[in-house]
Design a binder for this molecule. Sequence first.
Ligand SMILES: CC(C)(COP(=O)(O)OP(=O)(O)OC[C@H]1O[C@@H](n2cnc3c(N)ncnc32)[C@H](O)[C@@H]1OP(=O)(O)O)[C@@H](O)C(=O)NCCC(=O)NCCS
Length: 182
Amino acid sequence: MSNPEYVFENLKIINFINLSAEEKEKVRKWRNHPKIKQWMNHRKTISFVEHQQFLTSLEMSKNNKYWLVKQKEQYLGVIYFTDITSLTAELGIYISPDQLGHGYGSLLLKYLLKIGFEKIGLKNIKLEVFSDNTKAINLYQKFHFKIMPTNDLPNKASVVKKRKLTKMTLESILWKKYINNY
Ligand SMILES: CC(C)(COP(=O)(O)OP(=O)(O)OC[C@H]1O[C@@H](n2cnc3c(N)ncnc32)[C@H](O)[C@@H]1OP(=O)(O)O)[C@@H](O)C(=O)NCCC(=O)NCCS
């Protein structure tokens, strides 16, 4: 069993660089599942080799961090930050495809924000989501993320031309204000 990087109550947050072979393959299967990959920027099926290369790249990376979340003996989903700087990062999340809609998205997002604001010390957390991903947008709004004006969209947005993207942001000050509601 892999050592977690963070432990919160009965949740173990395992850095991708420490996954067992079985956990690596579980994550790849989730990421390739139609219910997950339809909402991702890269929608091609990820091969075993590509997945290995990605995991190896994370060992060297300071600005991309991915974690697998486990509750007792049950694997719940994946949370991550990309483009981490001293002030900000972009988040991502996906829940195990057979456990969607049971409250785990809210649970995992809460702890991802906790890691970002309280452990890493970010001042602001951003994200980009397909504008038709109502579930995810509702989830982020529940955590007081605000939709940014479209003219602030970075270059990456214009690359994914065919589907509209919504950019959202949350300041640490708002996280602190609402922390007891989560
Ligand atoms: C988006 C995602 C993380 C939400 O996780 P989840 O476990 O399914 O959602 P939860 O049960 O925790 O619900 C959290 C909130 O999401 C919203 N939500 C969930 N299911 C919904 C639905 N069917 N319709 C509308 N909103 C919904 C609600 O705001 C809900 O809060 P509430 O129950 O208090 O009303 C999950 O659906 C997922 O992994 N989707 C595929 C990958 C993805 O889209 N990732 C985000 C890319 S930016």
